[in-house]
Design a binder for this molecule. Structure first.
Ligand code: ADP
Length: 338
């Protein structure tokens, strides 16, 4: 660790937040230039939508989305048109502020005319997208999957996907959205940072119970119910690769501008956090990509009112230690030389 600045060149630079550091001329940095910008909600939506226009069937793993405020009139018009052509369509939409995280500022609406939408978007750009109403439930609860993906190189494109990830559970039994339950975040949003504050959150030392479990424990359960787990995995792999392909052209522009060809500079790699929702029919849908996924292997526990302590979290440890260990093995400079 170099809290006050670095003096010697290193093999591997592990930055906390982003690529930027003008003094690196060799070695490898654990961030790509421009990645944080590229995975922001609006930029990611734009990149995936460009691909959806070109290859609609290949990119049907991302919910229909509109960028606000600029596309509000298109959003209103398209929804009206779709409702007119299919009166039985009763959609719900989720509004997510750009640059937000941990569920911050997210809300559900039933109709584009929702007053909150027109009021808030003036101040804060956002993405509004079709809400997936029929997620796969386990123990009657909605959950999402956090998978760790190593982008080892852009050219040639080299992507590794960790075989295990985390499943993060809601803490109130799921019901399809209605005007009455639309505001119940513990039912609709799977964010750990929100659900931890619900009285129902279960910390567990086991990887297959509680409000945070390993993804492999979910797959095990699905497999015992007869689900085609291999197909789920191959769909997830394809979703990850296609998403990175959608980001690649602009990432290359950032890369060439920060590390021009022919000039001495480092190479880059990056661990990305992919948030994925499995639908009831087991189809994976992309929710978002995180350029700076939390690698914490502890969680806070309230010992007595107002007194907190960090305690180990076995589920996080099982998944994240493996991700960091395998990443370091894959980028090991000694291995490259050999
Ligand atoms: P944040 O960066 O704030 O976590 P996300 O895009 O991950 O924003 O959304 C937060 C949560 O909302 C997700 O973890 C998921 O539970 C839920 N969610 C997001 N988008 C959808 C969607 N289109 N359909 C259903 N649930 C969604």
């Amino acid at each position: 660790q170099f809290p006050f600045g670095r003096r010697l060149p290193c093999d591997i630079y592990w930055h906390g937040v982003s690529f930027h550091d003008n003094n690196i001329f060799s070695g490898q940095v654990n961030k790509f230039p421009g990645m944080t910008e590229m995975v922001r909600k609006i930029t990611l939506s734009r990149a995936v939508r460009t691909m959806q226009d070109l290859f609609p069937l290949e990119y049907n793993f991302y919910p229909r989305s509109w960028i606000l405020p600029e596309e509000l009139p298109i959003f209103v018009a398209e929804v009206r048109m779709m409702k007119d052509s299919d009166p039985s369509w009763k959609p719900t939409f989720i509004v997510k502020p750009d640059g937000g995280c941990q569920g911050d500022g997210i809300y559900l609406i039933k109709d584009p005319s929702d007053i909150r939408l027109t009021g808030s978007i003036q101040s804060r750009p956002a993405v509004v997208q079709e809400y997936i109403c029929k997620p796969l439930l386990v123990d009657k609860l909605k959950f999402d999957i956090r998978l760790y993906v190593l982008l080892k190189s852009l050219e040639p494109l080299e992507i590794y996907i960790a075989k295990d990830g985390l499943s993060r559970f809601c803490t109130e039994p799921y019901q399809e959205p209605t005007l009455k339950n639309l505001h119940q975040v513990f039912m609709h949003l799977t964010n750990y940072s929100l659900n931890i504050h619900s009285g129902n959150f279960i910390h567990s030392d086991s990887v297959n119970t509680g409000s945070k479990r390993t993804f492999s424990s979910i797959l095990c359960r699905l497999s015992s119910r007869g689900a085609d787990v291999k197909k789920v995995w191959s769909d997830i792999i394809s979703l990850v690769i296609k998403t990175i392909i959608a980001l690649t052209p602009e990432l290359k522009v950032y890369y060439q501008s920060d590390i021009p060809a022919g000039k001495p500079g480092p190479t880059c790699f990056q661990i990305l956090g992919f948030d994925i929702l499995l639908m009831k029919n087991l189809k994976p849908m992309l929710l978002e990509v995180n350029a700076n996924p939390s690698m914490r292997i502890e969680h806070e526990q309230e010992l007595s009112p107002g007194v907190f302590e960090n305690v180990p979290s076995p589920v996080d440890e099982e998944v994240k230690v493996a991700v960091i260990r395998d990443t370091l093995r894959l980028v090991d400079p000694q291995k490259k030389k050999r």
